[in-house]
Design a protein around this ligand. Sequence first.
Ligand SMILES: CC(C)(COP(=O)(O)OP(=O)(O)OC[C@H]1O[C@@H](n2cnc3c(N)ncnc32)[C@H](O)[C@@H]1OP(=O)(O)O)[C@@H](O)C(=O)NCCC(=O)NCCS
Length: 130
Amino acid sequence: MTHQPKPPVDAPAIRVVMMPRDTNPDGTIFGGVLLSLIDQAAYVEAMRQAYHQYVTVSFKEVEFHLPVYVGDVLSLYGETLRIGRTSLTIHVRVRARRRSDPDQFVDVTEGEVVFVSVDENGDPVPVIAE
Ligand SMILES: CC(C)(COP(=O)(O)OP(=O)(O)OC[C@H]1O[C@@H](n2cnc3c(N)ncnc32)[C@H](O)[C@@H]1OP(=O)(O)O)[C@@H](O)C(=O)NCCC(=O)NCCS
């Protein structure tokens, strides 16, 4: 059975400033840092849909469109695409406000995350009570 997700909100799920510790050896932001932030933003969105214990089961269709730099302010927006029986599929869009030009906002990365709601033993349980 599927359920309709709550509609997305205008506000970002999270906002964060990129720091020197987040860079790869070439000085731009490490992709793994962005994946971690996408995971966190998707979690915030999942908890907005339904309060549960969740585990990440997959990342899908992640695309790094543009590099991210130290000092950029990232806003991560979550939208739930699908609520399955025990899973949620969430799209996350990452928008950067450039430190080099505070008037410039660019979409730098996007991806989908699938969470599974689990019980205390780690077994899947319905997202919405059946
Ligand atoms: C997530 C986990 C509980 C799923 O267990 P499972 O026995 O495969 O569960 P099921 O086969 O019943 O699938 C549960 C749901 O997950 C979905 N799912 C399973 N594997 C998936 C995948 N690779 N991609 C997308 N969805 C997937 C199923 O479609 C199902 O969704 P639905 O109920 O909405 O239809 C288990 O694989 C797990 O514990 N993984 C480790 C999670 C973890 O530790 N993540 C942190 C990062 S290391």
